[in-house]
Design a protein around this ligand. Structure first.
Ligand SMILES: [Zn+2]
Ligand SMILES: [Zn+2]
Length: 193
């Protein structure tokens, strides 16, 4: 496993800047991998890990860098819950751990470094120094990962009977006798302009 400094440098390059979220995300992912006993997430162990992230902010970019889990590899799962948390799943053993940033960590950062007035600078330094138990809540969990959620899943591609677009990974809906994509079934996030 790379060091915190090495991973922060990788995260800075991938994310475009160094920020409190990068420090938090790198440490969160390092802790998750350590708990699972995964040492080489981007090399030898790269097919062992699936990560669920719960927010689309800075912290998630850092989690991606450390775990090597990416959306395009189906190893990163996004649940839009607005929470600074992630669940690391070892698909080889079925063990999973959810790690959430403690709400109290911001106040603790203020208490640790009252001499730094800029919030981001203050948190960046404090989040490097803070003990894991002050930064995070950890919980062993069970994650249901059906075959179609696994990164290497090869399944049949189905065509929507209304729009004719192809659908992978069993994301089709079957109301009545129809086979519909989620947009045609009424879940669309867009309307024709
Ligand atoms: Zn950032
Ligand atoms: Zn459709």
């Amino acid at each position: 496993m790379k060091t915190l400094d090495q991973l922060l440098e990788d995260a800075r390059i991938a994310h475009g800047h160094l920020c409190a979220g990068q420090v938090l995300g790198v440490r969160m992912a390092m802790l998750g991998l350590e708990k699972l006993g995964i040492d080489d997430p981007t090399g030898q162990d790269r097919k062992r890990i699936v990560t669920f992230v719960e927010i689309d902010r800075c912290v998630t970019d850092a989690v991606m860098v450390v775990t090597g889990c990416r959306l395009g590899k189906r190893a990163l799962k996004f649940r839009d819950w607005g929470k600074v948390a992630a669940t690391f799943v070892d698909v080889a053993t079925g063990r999973a751990i959810r790690i959430a940033a403690k709400e109290s960590s911001k106040a603790l950062a203020r208490a640790m470094h009252p001499e730094i007035s800029a919030k981001n600078e203050q948190q960046m330094l404090a989040y490097r120094e803070m003990r894991n138990e002050d930064l995070f809540d950890c919980q062993w969990v069970k994650v249901d990962l059906p075959a179609e959620e696994m990164p290497g899943y090869k399944g049949e591609r189905i065509v929507c009977s209304r729009c004719g677009e192809g659908i992978n990974f069993r994301r089709e809906m079957r109301p009545g006798n129809e086979i519909l994509c989620r947009a045609c079934a009424g879940e669309s996030y867009y309307t024709p302009a």
